[in-house]
Write a protein that binds this ligand. Structure first.
Ligand code: AMP
Length: 429
């Protein structure tokens, strides 16, 4: 029989790694709470039309990368329906915002999510077909201040704080503005015209993109194409006055708060819904897939999927990439258990379980050996996982006085059962 394996582009995360995942998520939750964000959990699959409309039919994500299927009808009265595993979470959050009429509260909604996303991309280091994003959205009616450049600056300042608290040093914030919904088509035409005279000398991908989606030319990494791309018109020159003012105010607030950033004229991002501010945080340690996170403003997204006017700004961090970055920056931490209980004979097994129960219920972390193990094997097993071993022979079981050996000091002591929890807690530091 052929052995079954995890699907290409998906991974099992084993306990050696999940500790770091949990720490990242706990830090993110704590930071989001300080900025008044609440958690939202949307379904992993949605109506395909949500992504087609929200993300954009022309994007790589929708045209090539989605896991889409025709869901079978279960009764004659039911229709089949095209469903898709979410490739990103912003469209789902905005759908939920509309469906639950969150805008009617008149308040700004600050929502965060943590969960898996799915894209049929070519797997490589830092790029998977199932990956996890930690993201947040600030969305609401204009009257609640959702269009304010202060919101953009607050989100960026929060991200800088979160990365710092995670211990990710060396991040770079790249910032740009793609202008209003009318600025972008204007720029695309300017770009198309400028490309006409040079694209013949560029790579085949750029030649194709110049026809289908000229903005994507700006993402080209082919070294020979770079001088041509650097000489192309910049989107900054196609922005209307309101978008220029908005961007200037975002920059002024970041300057005042001391959040460093670089202007990147080529940052136009892969999703169609972005307006005005776009950004990415990159990290040199990641190699080719160097984006830790990306985001931007999406003032027209709600209307695009049939909702009220609800400007917003958000981001998605690649959790897999946060993990890779931290693994490279930190040496792995091994957390030892408080103690390992070694029953010295099968007759002591029930007492050992009872003792383990008592200690675990008092908040101690305990591993339990088995009475059929020899003493040497118990010591070896204990030394790998715990700071101390508790020996539980017939004498100890009867007297209630246990032998405890601390591995770091090599000291062996007798401790009364009632004092055991306090003894083990004191030896933690
Ligand atoms: P996007 O939704 O494309 O703006 O991506 C936001 C962030 O999600 C990126 O900066 C990456 O960190 C992460 N990301 C996107 N696609 C993948 C993928 N296939 N595998 C791992 N992380 C990804």
């Amino acid at each position: 029989m052929t052995t079954l394996k995890a699907i290409r582009g998906t991974r099992d995360l084993l306990p050696a790694e999940t500790g770091l995942w949990n720490r990242i998520e706990a830090t993110a939750r704590a930071v989001f709470a300080r900025y008044n964000f609440g958690e939202i959990r949307t379904p992993v699959f949605e109506d395909t039309a949500l992504f087609a409309r929200g993300v954009g039919e022309e994007t790589d994500i929708v045209s090539k990368e989605m896991y889409t299927w025709e869901d079978r009808a279960r009764a004659q009265s039911e229709k089949t329906q095209s469903l898709t595993l979410r490739p990103e979470n912003t469209a789902g959050v905005v759908r939920a915002y509309i469906e639950h009429k969150l805008g009617e509260s008149g308040q700004l909604q600050k929502l965060y999510y943590i969960g898996p996303q799915f894209r049929r991309e070519r797997p490589q280091r830092g790029r998977y077909r199932q990956f996890s994003q930690i993201g947040a959205e600030v969305i609401g009616p204009v009257s609640a201040g959702s269009e304010s450049p202060l919101r953009d600056a607050e989100v960026l300042e929060m991200l800088a704080t979160l990365l710092d608290e995670l211990g990710i040093s060396g991040w770079v914030l790249k910032l740009n503005s793609v202008g209003s919904a009318t600025d972008r088509p204007k720029y695309i035409e300017t770009l198309r015209a400028a490309l006409l005279s040079v694209v013949g000398q560029m790579c085949p991908d750029c030649q194709r993109r110049a026809e289908t989606n000229p903005l994507r030319v700006l993402d080209c990494k082919v070294p020979e194409d770079q001088p041509f791309i650097d000489a192309l018109p910049k989107i900054a020159d196609s922005l209307d006055q309101a978008s220029r003012d908005h961007f200037a105010q975002v920059c002024a607030a970041l300057d005042a708060a001391g959040v460093p950033y670089e202007r990147d004229h080529r940052l136009v991002r892969g999703l169609d819904y972005y307006t005005r501010t776009t950004f990415e945080f990159t990290h040199g340690g990641l190699g080719a897939q160097n984006a830790l996170l990306g985001g931007g403003r999406y003032d027209g997204l709600s209307e695009l999927i049939g909702g009220p006017k609800a400007p917003g700004i958000g981001f998605a961090m690649g959790e897999d990439r946060l993990v890779l970055t931290l693994q490279a920056l930190e040496s792995p931490k091994i957390t030892l258990l408080d103690a390992y209980i070694a029953p010295l004979g099968e007759a002591q097994n029930p007492v050992a379980l009872t003792l383990a129960r008592e200690l675990r219920r008092q908040g101690l972390s305990i591993e339990l050996g088995d009475g059929s193990f020899r003493l040497k094997k118990s010591f070896e097993a204990a030394d790998k996982v715990a700071r101390a071993i508790i020996l539980l022979g017939e004498d100890e079981a009867q007297s209630g006085i246990l032998t405890v050996k601390q591995f770091s000091s090599g000291v062996q002591t007798k401790v009364a059962r009632a004092d055991l929890a306090a003894h083990l807690t004191a030896s933690r530091s």
